[in-house]
Design a protein around this ligand. Structure first.
Ligand SMILES: NC(=O)c1ccc[n+]([C@@H]2O[C@H](COP(=O)([O-])OP(=O)(O)OC[C@H]3O[C@@H](n4cnc5c(N)ncnc54)[C@H](OP(=O)(O)O)[C@@H]3O)[C@@H](O)[C@H]2O)c1
Length: 328
């Protein structure tokens, strides 16, 4: 994601002043080379984010390294402490107020103190939150909002594939599910954002998870390994939130290694007056993740300080011109 976003930012006139990574394979090399652009950018990849921030005073840090706030907190703390705005792909940062309230509060306060804005965006921003919120605005009465989505683990890197337990046996999966401190599902944060966007009051929240199993040996591009038949190729989470005001939200999301004939799904149905459906499964998730990460940059720089979730930002807009022309 970082490599694609690097190309897109350059094509939108962004001046990249620094780059941060951790592995020996990247640190010390030119960003253009690391991102596979085939040319040098004159930006050497560092492993010291705070030093880069102090030396370059960036307008924004674009962060795409992990999914859950517990993992992302150290990097976000550095950004907040140094007063650097953040757009991140961290799925939990889409709406962390319910799943990690203490960390969210800490980041919000630190960002307000330093004048930074921290926002989680990505594919969910439009396709699972803001578009559904708009659609809900066309209803007179809502009984339920039901979403069903699937995405290909192999569209992304090893970080996500490991999170989705790709390669595990069914027994290992069940053990992980029962014993591990389960991080929030991506669907949970989506529903939390939708409930907050409409000012509803949650009364019950339930998540169930089942493994997706390979029916024949399946090669995982992300992990560069073959998953034997009968092993896990991903999982399906079903999140459900009931609200005091009536609307019930359900979101079934499958993230697995696709086989021949599999394709993305993104279908939403609002039941009430009237019934409304939305289906746009052929949207390429990999690219629309990075386009939203990049197109959100002006909104995040323009936003007030603090942890600001995408339901609070202006509607996402196409950016035809260099991004700095959209700054307030
Ligand atoms: N919101 C969305 O729509 C959306 C969509 C796609 C992906 N994502 C999330 O975005 C993240 C990146 O996805 P990806 O597909 O690009 O994953 P990836 O290919 O596995 O890349 C992750 C990168 O982060 C680096 N990294 C991890 N921890 C780091 C740390 N502490 N400091 C510096 N660098 C670190 C890794 O570098 P080394 O391992 O080489 O050090 C690697 O280059 C994942 O968590 C994924 O879940 C979100």
């Amino acid at each position: 994601m970082n490599s694609i976003a690097t190309r897109m930012m350059l094509e939108k006139g962004v001046e990249i002043v620094g780059a941060v990574a951790r592995s020996e394979a990247k640190v010390g090399r030119d960003l253009g080379e690391v991102a596979g652009l085939g040319r040098e950018l004159g930006v050497v990849v560092s492993d010291d984010a705070a030093e880069v921030f102090r030396r370059t005073s960036p307008d924004v840090a674009v962060v795409a390294i992990n999914s859950y706030l517990e993992d992302a907190i150290d990097q976000l703390r550095i950004c907040a402490a140094e007063g650097v705005n953040v757009v991140t792909l961290s799925e939990e940062m889409l709406y962390p107020w319910e799943t990690s309230p203490e960390l969210a509060e800490e980041l919000d306060l630190a960002a307000k103190r330093s004048g930074a804005t921290l926002t989680g965006t990505g594919y969910q921003d439009t396709y699972w939150v803001n578009m559904i919120g708009l659609l809900m605005g066309t209803a007179h009465r809502i009984d339920s909002v039901s979403g069903r989505a699937s995405w290909n683990v192999d569209d992304f890197g090893p970080e996500l594939a490991r999170d989705q337990q790709v390669g595990a046996t069914e027994a290992e999966f069940q053990e992980w599910l029962e014993n591990a401190q389960r991080p929030p599902t991506f669907g949970r944060n989506v529903l939390d954002a939708l409930v907050a966007d409409t000012g509803l009051t949650p009364t019950s929240i339930k998540t169930t998870t089942r493994p997706d199993i390979a029916s024949s040996a399946t090669f995982s591009q992300a992990l560069q390994t073959e998953v034997p038949a009968g092993h896990v190729i991903g999982m399906t989470d079903v999140d459900e939130i009931c609200t005091a005001e009536g609307p019930r939200f359900v979101f079934e999301m499958s993230g697995r290694v696709y086989s021949e004939g599999d394709g993305d799904i993104n279908e939403w149905a609002i039941a009430g007056e009237p019934d409304v459906v939305l289906s746009n499964g052929t949207v390429p998730t990999q690219l629309t993740t990075c386009t939203q990460l990049v197109n959100r940059i002006p909104d995040v720089i323009n936003a007030p300080a603090g942890l600001v979730t995408v339901d609070k930002l202006p509607r996402l807009r196409y950016r035809a011109r260099p991004l700095h022309e959209y700054l307030a």
